[in-house]
Design a protein around this ligand. Structure first.
Ligand code: SF4
Length: 228
């Protein structure tokens, strides 16, 4: 049952306690690095769909186009057709090709290796400067491609962080990125793992509709704030 009551022990201590419980339940998260452009394409495809549909669309792109350069130059209708499993194929095909065209115009080739020398804030500014690329996509590149201690906030992380009282209930996802990735919130070395574990818990237990609070392993640590 979700309530409006709050609890507020020190935030970092709470995060560590939550993560210990989640890791005991789901096991440690393992990091696999992806190339920045691959991650960019995966995250664009992932908007408003499941991981399974995203992966089907990504595999379809890989099978149909010999390179990301071939994808950039392909007729729009072929790209739309290839990514249908991910939904919103017209919008996503446009963002994919616009982004690849912009990267090509800027660097003369499809290459994001210059990101390695930029700060987290500079990378977010650079990537979100492209139409259709939001903070979550930039955060995924930071976390999964560049191995930076930066925590992406997807729909599950956003919902759980608010229900758990880690951030104010009214905070939007962009602001949640700033708050959760600040020093007083989630310690840098825990951000990747905390991101993965909150998603696992959000899918299985703390679902958007009817969270299973009675059987939740975080029950005694959670103020169960009403955020929906
Ligand atoms: S984390 Fe657990 S106790 Fe808290 S709202 Fe979600 S399901 Fe309920």
């Amino acid at each position: 049952m979700v309530t409006t009551e709050t609890k507020s022990p020190p935030l970092r201590r709470r995060v560590r306690a939550l993560l210990r419980r989640l890791e005991r339940e789901y096991g440690k998260a393992r990091r696999e690095r992806t190339a920045p452009i691959d991650e960019l394409i995966l995250t664009i495809l992932s908007q408003n769909t499941s991981d399974g549909n995203r992966d089907r669309a990504y595999d379809s792109l890989r099978a149909r186009f010999s390179s990301w350069e071939a994808l950039r130059l392909a007729p729009r209708s072929e790209v739309e057709d290839a990514i249908r499993p991910a939904g919103l194929w017209k919008q996503k095909a446009r963002v994919l090709q616009d982004t690849l065209n912009a990267l090509h115009d800027e660097h003369g080739r499809l290459d994001l290796s210059h990101l390695e020398s930029l700060s987290d804030a500079e990378i977010i500014d650079y990537l979100t400067g492209h139409r259709g690329i939001g903070v979550k996509t930039a955060a995924c590149v930071l976390c999964f491609s560049l191995g930076r201690p930066y925590m992406p906030v997807d729909t599950h992380v956003h919902r759980l962080a608010r229900r758990l009282g880690l951030i104010p209930a009214e905070v939007n996802a962009d602001r949640a990125h700033e708050l959760l990735n600040s020093k007083p919130a989630v310690p840098p070395e825990l951000r990747f793992s905390f991101h993965i574990q909150l998603i696992r818990h959000g899918r299985r237990v703390c679902r958007a509709a009817r969270p299973a609070c009675d059987s939740c392993i975080l029950n005694d640590l959670c103020p169960k704030l009403d955020v929906d």
